[in-house]
Design a protein around this ligand. Structure first.
Ligand SMILES: [Zn+2]
Ligand SMILES: [Zn+2]
Length: 657
């Protein structure tokens, strides 16, 4: 090749032509450096150049990085496909594969890459686990497959896929495990180390850039054998990937909502298909999409119906809050208080769950009714009493906790409305003054270490009662947990978007899965004002199947995913009038075929103002056979919105705010 198309890790939708200098031989996938703007940039040879310009007018490639293997065809096809599917620039996708600049620089941070398979311990698996592990192992090295490993909480799913990893490690290849919240993987890493005798490479946003470089080098060269990471780890250029595991596949945090919008679980399916390798999706509460695909026979299914070691699933009980006599300003019902006190007196541990950070979600003036709203967003400022601040949870705008009302000047009339975890801990101290209590929320944990210390303290039973947001719902194994109290089981149902019921069910079910994992039989108490809601009834009956079936039928009636596909368009900008006009023009220019698609909106977004921008939303619902990405791209490319307006596409949206 004399001229090559080089894709750069920038926001460009396509590559640029460069000349191949004398004495250099390049092929597709090679990693190179090229002059770009005023400096140099890394890039990847994407194919032959278009040769639209005379050779002397285009710049030459400056260097070839031969110490790294080229990006294979499957990887480049995956990047092309992911950019197409998500209506995102190809360069932005490549940036996730090449997230570092100085790739040749010798890493000072050492990453552990040697693996001695003789150190891998044999696990004591039950018959059901052995069968499940064998089914997964059977897929390795046999091309593309997706298997849903569906097992109740505490059934030992991790040990099962660890077995598959051990099997895959026998050959010289790489394994990727995606976890939803890497910050919560401390217990996971410990279990991994105990089983395998080495630490896998951890890839997430909080690792230092030096560590990132060494890790990337080890991954690209194929030296990193097991990589565990958050969603962005999916896009790295593994040299010889043999297996991908997506743990807690239903988790919402797999959806990347800023920058390039994509769903890492769905992209993992695509990558496995391009690279012809097996993918394992793991969950106790599979997403409706994965459940449906398994039922349709598109995914293989491996189930673990019982808890490991004969532990019983926790009982779920409803506390009807319409009948609970609560004192004003308190949120824990008398019955739940009593159960918590009994459990702790008997030497067990308990958890209280409330998905609200801070002290109270709203501060109100009782003299004039003034509510503290964020000046940049359509949302209330959340009171964080421990920090003496009001904080906007959408844009992080902060002010000092006021002493008087800015509207009427009244003093001592400001009232905190509703509970947050901070306020809950205050209430707990009033009825369990002796209990050792800790609060775990993303903003109450100042560091990774503090978080891991809290988890360790809970595991070692130095905490009686752990209060927390959804951070406490995921994956943890606390052997002596007898009671889980859900302060506001209805919270997730408010707002009522497409997935509200599914999400609430998953969250509450996962939470209940924390209880009674060993000798104690756990009990989960759900405080609800909607005890008749199908989600609550399914949780009490422990009938997951009935819930999923009912939810699927409801989706089919409404022709919602997985029976159709959705794409959201968000129009935003600082000038209200211009944003509205652009959104209307966009809708008027819709090329959507009327027989297979429906356009909803434009409508002001529920979060109408965000960080000072006004927002409108449009929602496309399309039949399964419609080529949504091409339709969307054609539609938007014909638009010429004013420079102050941004139009974003969110394929398969999870959030409707
Ligand atoms: Zn006032
Ligand atoms: Zn705000």
């Amino acid at each position: 090749m004399k001229q090559v198309e080089i894709l750069l890790p920038t926001a460009a939708p396509h590559g640029f032509d460069y000349r191949v200098p004398e004495g250099m031989t390049l092929k597709a996938g090679d990693i190179v450096s090229v002059p770009f703007g005023r400096g140099e940039s890394l890039g990847v040879v994407w194919g032959e150049g278009k040769a639209e310009l005379a050779a002397h007018k285009i710049k030459p490639v400056s260097a070839q990085h031969t110490q790294f293997p080229p990006l294979c065809d499957a990887m480049r096809q995956f990047i092309d496909w992911a950019a197409w599917y998500n209506c995102a620039p190809k360069g932005a996708m490549l940036k996730m594969a090449l997230p570092i600049a100085d790739i040749d620089k010798e890493g000072r941070t050492r990453v552990e890459t040697s693996v001695d398979t003789a150190n891998i311990k044999l696990a004591h698996l039950s018959e059901a686990q052995k069968k499940a592990a064998a089914a997964l192992e059977d897929k390795i090295g046999k091309g593309f497959s997706v298997t849903l490993l569906d097992g109740v909480t505490g059934s030992g799913k991790t040990e099962v896929y660890f077995d598959a990893i051990a099997h895959a490690l026998k050959s010289e290849n790489q394994i990727l495990v995606l976890l939803p919240e890497i910050a919560l993987s401390i217990q996971w890493l410990e279990r991994f180390w105990q089983r395998f005798g080495f630490t896998p490479i951890v890839w997430n946003s909080s690792i230092t850039s030096a560590k990132k470089r060494s890790s990337w080098q080890a991954i690209a060269k194929g030296e990193a054998r097991v990589v565990v990471g958050a969603r962005s780890a999916l896009f790295l250029p593994y040299k010889k990937l043999a297996l991908i595991v997506v743990d807690e596949e239903h988790d919402q945090s797999y959806k990347q909502e800023d920058g390039v919008i994509y769903h890492a679980r769905d992209m993992a399916v695509a990558r496995a298909r391009f690279e012809q390798l097996p993918l394992v999706l793991v969950s106790a509460t599979p997403s409706l999409e994965s459940y449906y695909n398994a039922r349709q026979g598109k995914y293989a299914e491996v189930s673990l119906p019982a808890r490991h070691g004969g532990a019983e699933l926790p009982a779920t009980k409803m506390i009807d809050m319409r009948q609970a006599a609560l004192d004003s300003g308190t949120f824990v019902s008398p019955i739940l208080r009593e159960k918590l006190a009994q459990a702790i007196a008997a030497g067990h541990q308990a958890m209280l769950f409330l998905n609200r950070r801070g002290y109270a979600p709203l501060l109100l003036c009782r003299a004039c009714g003034h509510r503290f709203q964020c000046p940049h967003c359509s949302s209330w400022m959340v009171l964080h009493r421990s920090k003496h601040r009001l904080i906007c949870h959408h844009c992080d705008y902060r002010i000092e906790e006021p002493k008087s009302c800015p509207a009427c000047g009244a003093e001592d009339k400001l009232a905190a409305c509703g509970p947050g975890v901070e306020r809950l801990s205050e209430e707990v101290a009033s009825f369990l003054p002796q209990a050792r209590v800790a609060v775990m929320a993303s903003d109450s944990m100042n560091s990774h270490k503090e978080l891991s210390d809290t988890i360790t303290a809970m595991s070692e039973r130095r905490i009686d009662l752990l209060i927390g947001t959804q951070m406490i719902a995921k994956g943890h194994h606390f052997g002596d947990l007898a009671i889980v109290g859900v302060v506001d089981a209805d919270l997730g149902l408010a707002g009522g978007d497409l997935r509200a019921a599914e999400r609430t069910y998953q969250l509450l079910h996962q939470l209940s899965g924390r209880a009674g994992r060993e000798q104690v039989r756990g009990t989960v108490y759900l405080q609800s004002f909607l005890p008749e809601h199908p989600v609550m009834k399914a949780l009490v009956a422990g009938d997951r199947e009935a819930f999923l079936q009912a939810e699927l039928q409801a989706r089919e009636r409404a022709q919602m995913p997985p029976f159709s596909r959705l794409a959201a368009i968000i129009v935003e900008g600082t000038q209200e009038e211009t944003v509205m006009r652009t959104a209307k023009q966009l809708a008027a220019a819709s090329p959507l075929p009327r027989d297979t698609c429906r356009l909803l909106g434009p409508a002001p977004a529920p979060l109408y103002r965000l960080s000072g921008k006004f927002r409108y939303r449009l929602l496309v619902r399309a039949g399964r056979n419609v080529n949504v990405p091409d339709t969307m791209r054609g539609w938007l490319e014909a638009q010429h919105p004013p420079a102050s307006v941004r139009i974003k596409i969110d394929m398969d949206p999870m959030s409707f705010l």
